[in-house]
Design a binder for this molecule. Sequence first.
Ligand code: SF4
Length: 207
Amino acid sequence: MQGDDYVLISALQHYAYCPRQCALIHVEQTFEENLFTLRGQRIHERVNVPEYELIEGVRVERALPLWCHRLGLTGIADAVEFASDGTPYPVEYKSGARKPREADDLQLCAQAVCLEEMFDRPVPTGAIFHHASKRRREVQFDAGLRSQVEETTHKLRLLLAAGTVPPPVADARCPTCSLIETCMPYALKDFSQSAKTNAPFQVKGDT
Ligand code: SF4
């Protein structure tokens, strides 16, 4: 895998949440702040300082760089705890329960796949820490989740290579999406439907 072929683990999460959001961020370089992104940034500022510490005998590495040459993934883990036998346990910090579980779980599993290659040992579980509730939710990296990571990586790479922006989903994901102002999902969807019934031309992002 060449350097340019590596994709960000965060882009996988964006794709799993909404392919259009992923393309707006990673193809068109769009980013907008809202309450959720600002909260997330504050939380990540605390965990994105590289350091390590011992907590009750467990070594914790923060802001650990990650890579997987097999899938061409790269990113940074918020925190990785190492059991006494050396088994890594990734922990991802979230500002709230904003994203569907699937997107967060996929991101965490991608981190685990990287850690397995880096440390040459199985990584069966990890956790999402929700700042709002101060609780952890443990995630099992089963075969289904692992194959989703591989499939999504493949689809993400196709999206980035195509350089196009998919049409809006215009559903329950949109109200809390940081890109709703730029994306205009409902207006575009209405316009797209109207255009389809009235004239044979394409709206940007309408495939
Ligand atoms: S507003 Fe909706 S369609 Fe647009 S990027 Fe966000 S989730 Fe996707």
